[in-house]
Design a protein around this ligand. Structure first.
Ligand SMILES: Cc1cc2nc3c(=O)[nH]c(=O)nc-3n(C[C@H](O)[C@H](O)[C@H](O)COP(=O)(O)O)c2cc1C
Length: 188
């Protein structure tokens, strides 16, 4: 059993990375292998609507997307984490969602009945919209999305600030525990 956490911030060692690690630690405690994948410094371009993936499971854009898509297909659980940028997920994470999403949507729906969900951090506002935005991706692709003790949103502006949001961190932790619970229930 494996869970991956994809960090959609272009800033390394920041708040998004911290909350993703936190969730993965909660999952790892339950005996599930975990891997953190940072999109920072990777080349992930947006979908260009060539529609190649409607006929075959490939993408002619030659960048860093496909190895991550392959890991997503193998994982039992996927977390997509983003900072809020202008009340939205980052364009970096959106690019991955567009391309991995369309590849999966058109090629046997490999994410069907996997477990997953979003994590979001912002300095001040926009978390709920971004949480919903990412949740739509999970829902259309057939994931089971567990809840937590609150919505999976956290507060933090400068690097490390999210460490002060104790309620947010507890929510992230409990979300990780619910992911692990569901992954184990669904083990085939
Ligand atoms: C381009 C940009 C846009 C941002 N937009 C928002 C916003 O709409 N609302 C907000 O509260 N914070 C906003 N922020 C702040 C980030 O969400 C916040 O610093 C977050 O902790 C960054 O996560 P990171 O440390 O993982 O990079 C923005 C930051 C940047 C760089």
């Amino acid at each position: 059993m494996k869970a991956i956490g994809i960090v959609g911030s272009p800033r390394e060692n920041g708040n998004t990375e911290a909350i993703t690690r936190h969730a993965l630690t909660a999952i790892g405690e339950e005996g599930i292998e975990t891997e953190l994948i940072k999109l920072a410094n990777l080349d992930i371009r947006p979908c260009n609507a060539c529609l190649t993936c409607k006929n075959e499971e490939s993408c002619p854009i030659d960048d860093d997307l496909f190895p991550i898509y392959t890991k997503m297909k193998k994982a039992d659980a996927i977390i997509l984490a983003s900072p809020v940028y202008f009340s939205s997920a980052t364009s970096l994470l959106k690019a991955l969602m567009e391309r991995a999403g369309y590849l999966a949507y058109n090629n046997g729906r490999p994410f069907e009945r996997k477990v997953g969900g979003p994590l979001v951090v912002a300095r001040h506002a926009g978390q709920n919209f971004t949480l919903a935005q990412i949740t739509y991706w999970f829902h259309i692709l057939g994931f089971y999305v567990p809840g937590s003790t609150y919505w999976n949103i956290t507060f933090g502006g400068n690097k490390g600030d999210v460490g002060k949001d104790l309620e947010g961190l507890a929510t992230v932790w409990n979300f990780g525990k619910n992911i692990a619970f569901l992954v184990k229930k669904l083990e085939r």
